[in-house]
Design a protein around this ligand. Sequence first.
Ligand code: GLA
Length: 728
Amino acid sequence: MSIIFDEQRQIFNISTSNTSYIIRIFQNRLLLHLHYGKRIDNLEGIPDVPLNGSLSMSAHAAGFDGRVAIDVLPQEYGFYGTGDYRTPSFLAEYEDGSRISDFVYDGYQIVKGKQLLNGLPSTYVEEESEADTLEIYLADRLKGIRLILRYCAYNILDAITRNVIVENNGTECVKLKSVMSVCVDFADMYYDLTRLQGAWLREKHIEKNPLAHGRQVIDSKRGASGHDLSPFMALSRKNCDEVQGEVYGFSLVYSGNFEGSADVSYSGGTRVNFGINSFDFGWMLNGGECFTAPEVVMVYSDEGFGKMSRTYHKLYRTRLCRGKYRDKKRPLLINNWGATHYDFNEDKLILFARRANEVGVEMLVLDDGWFGKRNTDNCSLGDWYADVTKLPNGLNGLAKRLKEEGMSFGLWIEPEMVSPDSDLYRTHPEWCVHVLGRERTLSRRQLVLDLTRNDVREFIKDFMRRLLSKGNISYIKWDMNRNITEAGSQLLDKANQQEFWHRYILGLYELLEELTLEFPDVLFEGCSGGGGRFDAGMLYYCPQVWTSDMCDAAERMKIQYGTSMVMPASTMSSHIAESPDHHNMRSMPLETRADISLSAQFGFEVDIATLSENEIEIVREKVKLYDEIWQTIQQGDMYRLASPFEENCCSFLYVSEDKSEAVLMFYTLMAVPNSQGRRVMLKGLKPDGVYVEQQSGKKYSTQILEDYGISFPEDRDFKSSIMVFKEI
Ligand code: GLA
């Protein structure tokens, strides 16, 4: 059992193999946070109250002596109104207009295994023995509100998950204004905060800043996790890098408005809160109801960011992603978007697919433009029937011809959207998100369907069933190309309007849950103008996501490097596209474009017919290489050896679980005249092993690979190399 309650000390010790999370029940009333970090088994000497110094200006909780300075004590969950002036984790408004909470300890329960969350994605276990769960109850001293703080410790990985459930056991209706999923009060402020920031075509760039007094926040108010900030943050010590130092990762398993903050208080402690964004959030909780806040996955590593990421990768790949494709080699696909945009017809697609099939591609994905009258992005979203001018035999006819060519068929769709110029909008103008009397703001010339409405969700399920039940579509690219404006729903009462944001996401999850379970043979890929909703919540339904619309290899390596902070390679779709790139017009060797795609979920957007004989040969070789290395890339341990954010190069290493194979990737950005090149040291190989590099046949000992390294010249712009080492 990885969770122990020490009765005498009144301490909960939640452990994974290398980490501990320790909570004290103080004077049978307060829950204090004592430790998160390296595993501690022997609690001899652990203090009662982790406080030093005089704190005479602090409020002192009623019934305690002067030591209990409520705004300084590391609380397990922060609440508002009795003297803790840091940002609360919980805030509610009661019928009498008061907003004060006063929670006291009210018992606990330790159970084997891990429960799923109602209507929300979460990590899971396959066997009860894989994890243990602690529930601690807190009850308000006046109102009938009870909080369940849930902690789950994985026995198979160094990860602790948390979430919070609010129960209203009283009779009055309580308005929840903030319910954070996690609160950790760190004892000092000497950390850097790492966030993943970006934009469309520039997702998940790494940004690291030292903490300072006050509140530093990452958030989204878009109705989706968004391109600009991701629901992930990390606190790391100053000496922390890829291989050494302490780092704490927080990853929210949620796809909507989120808020992560680090508050450094006057006394020098740091409070981390993470959960649904409290901005424009309000949830009316009637007596007898409960509210479930999404899960946060916490990972502590004392071996730098590299180990933290590998823990997330393994957990998310094997215990968050689900379904038939989770551990499988995904079909090698070509998507027509980059090559044709809206300009295609059945014959053109067949030719496009045939050429791709000749080099080993297995599936054609038909992107935007197959439905309604869609020849630009100004119409037809919602009219999900084939455009017979492009596809005279419909989707079935196309799928049949593809099958004859030996190819399977995948389809792009944007189910959450409607174009004002569509039959759907003409029939149901009330189905989009809007506020009566206000103009409906367009973005990409489209509106968002109101997923909080049951009739809208049923309509979406219906057309998805119609498309998928014929059995000839094996893949869906579920896109979402704009964020929400004029938030609100016509079917929600005035008092419930601020529930809209979360209800939208619950609606989305309901759709994805039902459809993915009903069509287990279909591979669902997530997308939102690339990585605009590439978050842990989506991985529960979609084992892969289109990482970015940016396919230029130099930009892509940064995007994939940053994405890999949390997301495993198996989840990052990455395709070889045209050169020069359509967005930044940069020309890039085919080899480099291919090698970046090979470091994630390999695929194609480029029209093979535009390639020279020589290039087609390169493509064949890369497809062969993909067949050899896919398992190590997708299921192995990933090491980031050189960062494109810090250097003129980028390097990834993947080592298979049994350490019998290692794949080393190196990319130069700009050539450096008269440079002696860059040497990278491999990691995680078999101790005392000997490996053969497959292309040269040269043998290397583990010591040479790890302690001397492999050198790469930096003599040409955008040059790339992949080396495969097999143990003998
Ligand atoms: C989004 C996607 C692209 C493509 C287009 C089609 O931008 O990210 O890959 O599917 O939509 O409109």
